[in-house]
Design a protein around this ligand. Sequence first.
Ligand code: MSP
Length: 470
Amino acid sequence: MKNKFYITTPIYYANAKPHIGHAYTTIAADVLARFHKIQGDEVFFLTGMDEHGIKIQRAAETQGKKPQKFVDEIAGEFQSLWKKLDIKYDNFIRTTDKKHKEAVQKVLQTLYDKGAIYKGKYEGLYCVGCEQFKNENELVDGKCPDHDTTPEIIQEECYLMKMTSIQENLIKKIESDEFKIAPEKYKNEILSFLKTQVLKDVSISRKNLSWGILLPFNEEHTTYVWIDALLNYLTGIGWDGDLKNIPDQWPVNVNLIGKDILRVHATIWPAILMHLGIQLPEMLFTHGHILSGSKKMSKTLGNVISIDEMLEKFGADGTRYLLLASGPFGQDIDITMERMVEKYNADLANGLGNLTSRVIKLAQNCELRIADFESISNDEFSNIVNKLELSSALEYIWNIIKEDNKFIEDNKPWELQKNNQEKFQKVMQELISNLYLISELLIPFMPDTSEKIKIALETKKTEILFQRIK
Ligand code: MSP
């Protein structure tokens, strides 16, 4: 029987165009989905849009647009970027989809009937950027550190979801890795948070906000956007909200997220599932943030690196490579355009591009063909990818590239061709089979380049894979 592999990205807020951070997560998820497909797994890769809430309603108002029209346009921009980046998802969920909304209402009714939700009041400081209530101790100089804005004071009647009743059980599930939070440092961070404070019950509805899903048991309220959004991981595989109909793809194997949304995913998300009696995701994998010149990207600082500019300069595969190779997946990575151009020239134009064209030109003078090589499985490489050490996986491939370029320098096959045919064939056998291996290992990371190398190996014709950039 085939293994299943269900991977998700966060669903992105439809309040503005996609940026490099969204691309980073989505490329990583695409790489993992493609990798598992090659292993023969039954893969489901879900991404999509988070389209309700005050942040989006306000963004639409600012542009004088109806919220639905506004989110339709933004969703289109995301989809077109994913196409340009060669992202192959299985579903693009939008929280304004009718089916999603109906399922969310069903879930809320179930939670209400079970007594997990009750009517109360909430008073607190709300950061619209995060779409979350904040504790005083999370603020810096009274402002949200992620958005640099002063939260709004909200005091209203609402419905709340019980959190204390699940807390002990949640700690156990995280400690035992039944609900695995990776990398380890994030697991520790969440455990120490959960062990030092009693979780406050979470407000799951808003009274004065129209852009949201109506609560089925009180239509004066709309659903809190995070509850609505988290359920996408279930509705995105076709769940209708009925506990008897949990789809076969469940549970999620990897919920891929950025560190900015770890807390919600490690508390509210499992709480909903535990109240419902649904199995938790196998793993919540948290990656770091992309920084530009050691700072958070911001328009004010003028250090924003645009994903469109990257695509224009480096192409889809170049962009995929540079984002994932710039630093360990799981840690913050720091990029600058200057360093990426350097890396592009060194690793892609010189390293891989050069190797391919040298090997193919030399191959024109020997008998070996790609058909002489079998599909290769490589356990060492697979272990690295399975641990989501994506930059190490690329380093593994680039070590082969470097060694091969050196092997060519050392053996000078163009001389062997003239005076030692036997050794020439041997050297070429090694080079061609290594280039074939490289093309196989590259499939999930740089699908188009991998295909081009394979065609070059078959036809023995070379084209320039990566043009040097000045
Ligand atoms: N809508 C929520 C998520 C709901 S999931 C049920 C949200 N959306 S978001 O548009 O703000 O996207 C956040 C995600 O984008 C992060 O978790 C991360 O995956 C990615 N990134 C946003 N900025 C980033 C960087 N600067 N660097 C890397 N990734 C970051 O939060």
